[in-house]
Design a protein around this ligand. Structure first.
Ligand code: TXA
Ligand code: MG
Length: 342
C-alpha cells in the first residue's frame, strides 16, 4: 500500500481526500444520492455503506462498470461478485428460487445473507459479475444501498471496498485511505453496524451448504431451515474464500496465551493474556465478550493495530459460537501465509 498522509475526517462530513493529484469525494449518506446515481448511470463505480462492510458498487448490467470494480480493487483474478438487489421482484428476475432459498430470503432480507442461486436466462447481468458461472450470488442490503438500487432500477455488483488481499473497510475513511486514488466517490454512512461480510449459503439437492460464515450466525439460518448446514466449499464455489484474503501488513498469531516482545494485542473479553502490559498497542474487540460487538470492531481494530507498526499481532482466543465462526474465519485468513494471497 502506498504511504498516505495522516487522515482525519469528521465522522459524517462531506470532504475531499487527496492522494497526489487524485480525488475521492466523501459525501454523507443524506446528501449523496444524486451524485451516486449520476456516477452509476455513467458506468462508474461508487463506494457505499452496507450493514456489513463498505461495498465498491457498479451497475451489474454494465460490463465496463464491472471491469472498473476489478480494476479499482486490483483483483488478480475475476472472482464472481455478489449482485445486490432492491427487492424480491428484482431478485426473481435474475435467479430461480427453490422453496428453501425463498424461505431464507423472506426471513433474512434485507440483511447480511447472500444466496447462491441458478441464474435465469437473459437476466441482463453481465457475465463478468459471475465469472461465467451458471449461478449467481444475490443479496438485498439494508439502508442506503437498497434505496440506491431501487432508484437506479438495476442491480449493483459490489465486492467489499478494499484492495485485493486487504482487510474489508468498515468506515468511509478506511475506504478512502485504501482506494481514494482510484475512485471518485465514497458515500459516508458511518461505521457499518455488523462489521463482517454477509453469510453465503447455497441450496444443493434440497440441502443447505455454508459457503462463507458471516454476519448472520449459522445457527440462526439453521433454525429457519429446520436442518443443519453442510460445511466447506466444493470446487470453485467460493474462490474468494482462498487463503489470506484479509491480510494486514503485520503477521498475526492466533489463540495467543501470552504477548511476546514488540507485539500488539488484539484482545477479547474481560481477562487478558499473560504479559499484556508490554503490548506495543492494545485493542479489545469486546470488553464484555459480546460477539456482535467484536464482529463490528474486527476490521477497524486489525487496521489500527497494523498502523501501530508492530511486526506481529497476538490475538486472544475468540469462541466459535454464533458470530464467532465468522470472526475466527477472518482471523484465520488474516494469519494465513502471505505466499498464498489470492
Ligand atoms: O457483506 C458482503 O457480502 C459484502 C458487501 C459489500 O455486500 N460483499 C462481499 O463481496 O463480501 P466479495 O466480492 O468480497 O465476496 C463475494 C464472495 C466471494 O467469496 C465469491 O467467491 C462468492 O461471494 N461468490 C460470488 N458468486 C458466487 C457464486 N456464483 N458461487 C459461489 N460463490 C460465489
Ligand atoms: Mg472482500
Amino acid at each position: 500500500m502506498p504511504a498516505l498522509a495522516p487522515f482525519r475526517q469528521p465522522y459524517y462530513g462531506t470532504s475531499v481526500f487527496r492522494i497526489g493529484d487524485q480525488l475521492a469525494e466523501i459525501i454523507a449518506v443524506g446528501e449523496a444520492m444524486q451524485r451516486a446515481l449520476a456516477l452509476l448511470e455513467g458506468g462508474d463505480v461508487v463506494a457505499i455503506p452496507t450493514e456489513t462492510v463498505y461495498g465498491l458498487a457498479g451497475d451489474a448490467t454494465n460490463g465496463v462498470a464491472v471491469a472498473r470494480i476489478f480494476e479499482a480493487k486490483g483483483r488478480p483474478r475475476f472472482n464472481p461478485l455478489i449482485a445486490h438487489v432492491a427487492d424480491l421482484a428484482m431478485a426473481d428476475r435474475i435467479a430461480l428460487f427453490d422453496p428453501l432459498s425463498s424461505r431464507l430470503a423472506a426471513a433474512f432480507w434485507p440483511g447480511p445473507l447472500t444466496l447462491v442461486l441458478p441464474q435465469r436466462a437473459e437476466n441482463g447481468i453481465h457475465p463478468l459479475v459471475t465469472a461465467g458461472l451458471g449461478t449467481i450470488a444475490l443479496r438485498m442490503p439494508r439502508g442506503f444501498g437498497g434505496e440506491l438500487i431501487a432508484r437506479l432500477g438495476r442491480p449493483l455488483a459490489a465486492p467489499s471496498a478494499n484492495s485485493s488481499g486487504r482487510i474489508s473497510a468498515t468506515t468511509a475513511q478506511a475506504v478512502a485511505a485504501d482506494l481514494g486514488g482510484r475512485i471518485r466517490l465514497v458515500v459516508d454512512g458511518g461505521a457499518t453496524p455488523v462489521g463482517v461480510e454477509s453469510t453465503i449459503v447455497k441450496v444443493e439437492d434440497g440441502k443447505l451448504r455454508l459457503l462463507r460464515p458471516g454476519g448472520i450466525a449459522a445457527g440462526e439460518i439453521e433454525a429457519v431451515a429446520g436442518a443443519k448446514m453442510l460445511r466447506g466449499a466444493t470446487g470453485i464455489e467460493a474462490p474468494g474464500m482462498l487463503a489470506s484474503h484479509y491480510a494486514p501488513g503485520a503477521s498475526m498469531r492466533l489463540n495467543a496465551e501470552r504477548v511476546g516482545v514488540d507485539e500488539a494485542l488484539l484482545a477479547f473479553g474481560p481477562s487478558r493474556a499473560e504479559g499484556w502490559r508490554q503490548a506495543v498497542a492494545l485493542k479489545n474487540l469486546s470488553e464484555v465478550g459480546d460477539l456482535r460487538e467484536a464482529a463490528a470492531n474486527l476490521f477497524s481494530y486489525m487496521q489500527a493495530l497494523d498502523r501501530s507498526g508492530a511486526a506481529s499481532i497476538a490475538v486472544e482466543p475468540v469462541p466459535f459460537d454464533g458470530l464467532g465462526e465468522a470472526i475466527n474465519d477472518r482471523l484465520a485468513r488474516a494469519a494465513a501465509p502471505r505466499d498464498k494471497i489470492a
